[in-house]
Design a protein around this ligand. Structure first.
Ligand code: GCV
Length: 661
């Protein structure tokens, strides 16, 4: 049975003061394609629901809203301008997608009850590719999914229904223009997604996506020529394998409107790849790139490659180093339609990591920043954790690869090296739960990721406020309180979980809940190296040498403990418990204090939420309340386990004599 779904931030409620009604009498567009049609109907729907206006189609002369394609106006295919004058609103762009984004921007203004008079806004998207990766499996499960089952797949079938369109609307409304629907771990029937078996459904899906300006991408299995084509190898230099992929590409581009290309996880965590044949990642990626090039297709190749069988005695091998070690030597060897997809940090979406040194390292290779809004290690959508402040920090990080335009955002938007195949991608946090994201407040991450990828100048506070206005309305109390919860949430989560960048300390496998030594004795190469004297991994030049992967200035900052930003101190250095931090406290006291603070802030967030009982819809209130109650008590468990562990290791008591077991 179909599960019901809500409209999230597109659930339009009638404006209280309906001040903008005069603008929404009729609409004209000179666009003739499907996306322009979508723009018109989205506008009509919103005007009706928000303002009670029935917008007719009008002529250029009489229409109160004009969606106008203006060739060579400098906005590009996806940029837009909104101008208001004498009661008339014009949305202009060079392309229909720009018109659609402009319309959604107008709708946000209406939702925010902002006046339109004299408006003049010009926006060109920051990143060319703004993508979501879904880790959905064909059986309907979602790897690291915390909001129900997949709405793309069930029991080996591809689902195309009303929810597909509802999803496309949500994604497009915040500027997403590319979506990978299946998990990067491609196995079993997922390998067959590129076969004819699913062509009818994928065609229908890509048509819906295309109507919203979204390109469908598929994750592929590098060994598909063997598993599907009966070849003896998947060697990228084998002409038969190359031919097989060429035919596959011709078939897919021939039948799927606006098909984007392939996402590939190769030679990583057991997935097949070019290493088996003694070939490089560049040879693997280029072979696929050649197959899709003539269709304008792209190959997104993941850099999440590391040795997951590391021996704990080997203190030189460092998982953090492997992305750079594997890909830096290949800089400049990839085709122009290959994009390397790089996780924000060198490990795996921990609550705090340094930025991957591949950003600023690679100069001649297209790159994309991969972040995760599925909160695998940040509370799994049971804890509130608004991640936009983290993403913003990553984007603003100065890589020191040159004098200026050296921030991560400059690199992934093409400013630094003049690339056009680049962008930002998030591992999605959606599922078939009624509210899409399990935790209602986790929708702020989905909305926020899209908005930030489109406009990297937005502040995280502005994004939060936009989301709150669109989702809950403009009541100042709601705005203030939910903003406060969101803005507290990442620092709070960090306080009660693993300290100062050391990461992990979760249960292996499912990655939830405190387990300080969970990964310490596992095979995955993720250590904290705590003993009775201190904790932290020495990644300085005399340790694993990871800090040397950065450009000189950053290498010096991270490599010396006195220069290292303290929030990352334990990521880069092994530090004695009695070491004094710049705030004057010892490391051990800092660990105790932040854990007590974090747990009490989790309770404070719950209290704030509880004070909104009469203000937000009952079902939403109760859903969130239940999760935040869990979060508050789970934060206490984190506090107690971490504090107890370090008290027993160090035998140094808490200066304040609080309860530590
Ligand atoms: C999809 C981590 C996750 C895996 C994920 C992998 C990846 O290891 O725990 O679930 O696989 O990252 O990003 O490929």
């Amino acid at each position: 049975m179909e599960k019901k779904y809500e409209k999230a931030w597109l659930s339009y409620r009638r404006s209280r003061n309906a001040q903008n009604t005069g603008h929404f009498g009729s609409v004209f567009t000179n666009g003739t394609g499907v996306v322009a049609e979508t723009a018109v109907s989205e506008l009509q729907g919103a005007a009706k629901e928000l303002l009670g206006c029935h917008m007719e189609r009008g002529s250029w002369e009489e229409a109160s809203v004009r969606l106008i394609l203006e060739p060579n106006c400098g906005l590009g295919e996806e940029g837009y301008e909104i101008r208001e004058s004498a009661g008339r609103l014009t949305v202009a762009s060079e392309g229909e997608r720009g018109l659609l984004y402009g319309v959604f921007a107008c709708i946000r203004l209406l939702q925010g009850e902002k006046p339109l008079e004299g408006l003049s806004v010009r926006k060109i998207p920051s990143a060319p590719l703004r993508m979501l990766n879904h880790w959905d499996n064909m059986d309907g499960s979602i790897e690291r999914g915390y909001s129900g089952d997949s709405f793309f797949f069930r029991e080996d079938k591809v689902l195309v229904d009303d929810r597909t369109r509802a999803y496309a609307r949500l994604a497009s409304s915040v500027g997403i223009n590319a979506v990978v629907i299946n998990n990067v771990n491609v196995k079993g029937s997922a390998t067959r997604l590129i076969e004819d078996d699913y062509s009818r459904e994928l065609e229908a899906m890509s048509e819906i996506f295309a109507g919203y300006g979204i390109a469908l991408y598929l994750s592929i299995n590098f060994a598909a020529p063997m598993e599907l084509g009966g070849h003896e190898s998947a060697d990228p230099c084998d002409p038969q394998v190359q031919q097989w992929w060429k035919e596959k590409a011709a078939d897919l581009y021939g039948r799927l409107p606006g098909f984007g290309g392939f996402l590939v996880k190769a030679d990583s965590e057991g997935r097949p790849g070019p290493f088996t044949y003694g070939r490089t990642h560049a040879e693997g990626a280029n072979m696929l790139a050649d197959a899709v090039a003539s269709y304008g297709g792209r190959i997104i190749w993941r850099c999440f490659v590391y040795n997951c069988q590391q021996d704990w005695r080997d203190k030189k091998t460092d998982r953090a180093k492997s992305g750079y070690d594997n890909f830096m030597p290949l800089d400049g060897k990839f085709r122009d339609n290959v994009i390397l997809q790089i996780k924000n940090g060198p490990m795996d979406f921990q609550v705090r990591e340094p930025v991957s040194p591949l950003f600023g390292g690679l100069e001649h290779t297209n790159s994309m920043l991969e972040v995760q809004i599925a909160q695998e290690y940040t509370g799994q959508q049971r804890h509130v954790c608004y991640l936009l402040p983290m993403f913003k920090q990553v984007l603003e990080f100065k890589t020191c690869c040159r004098e200026d335009h050296d921030r991560v955002r400059d690199i992934v938007t093409g400013r630094t090296f003049g690339q056009t195949n680049c962008g930002i991608v998030a591992v999605a946090n959606t599922g078939d739960d009624e509210n899409w994201t399990g935790h209602d407040l986790a929708a702020a991450n989905l909305f926020g990721f899209g908005r930030l990828s489109f406009d990297m100048d937005l502040s995280v506070e502005e994004i939060a406020e936009e989301w709150i206005a669109c989702t809950f309305g403009n009541d100042p109390e709601i705005m203030e309180k939910i903003s406060k919860i969101l803005m507290m949430s990442w620092p709070t989560y960090e306080k009660y979980t693993s300290p100062l960048g050391i990461g992990w300390m979760v249960n292996p496998g499912y990655h939830y809940g405190p387990n300080v030594d969970g990964y310490e004795y596992d095979r995955w190469g993720t250590y904290h190296r705590a003993d009775h004297k201190g904790i932290g991994v020495d990644r300085s030049p005399t340790g694993t040498g990871y800090s040397e992967q950065y450009r000189r200035q950053n290498a010096d900052m991270y490599g010396k403990r006195e220069n290292c930003p303290e929030e990352l101190l334990l990521f880069f250095h092994h530090i004695p418990y009695d070491y004094r931090l710049s705030i004057g406290k010892t490391l051990i006291q800092h660990i105790y204090d932040t854990h007590f603070e974090g747990a009490s802030e989790a309770k404070e967030m719950l209290d704030i939420w509880n004070s909104l009982e009469s203000k937000v819809p009952e079902t939403v209130f109760e859903r969130v309340q239940k999760r935040m109650e869990h979060q508050a008590s789970h934060a206490e468990e984190w506090r107690d386990q971490i504090n107890t562990y370090f008290y027993r290791k160090s035998m140094i008591p808490d200066e304040q004599g609080r309860k530590i077991y």
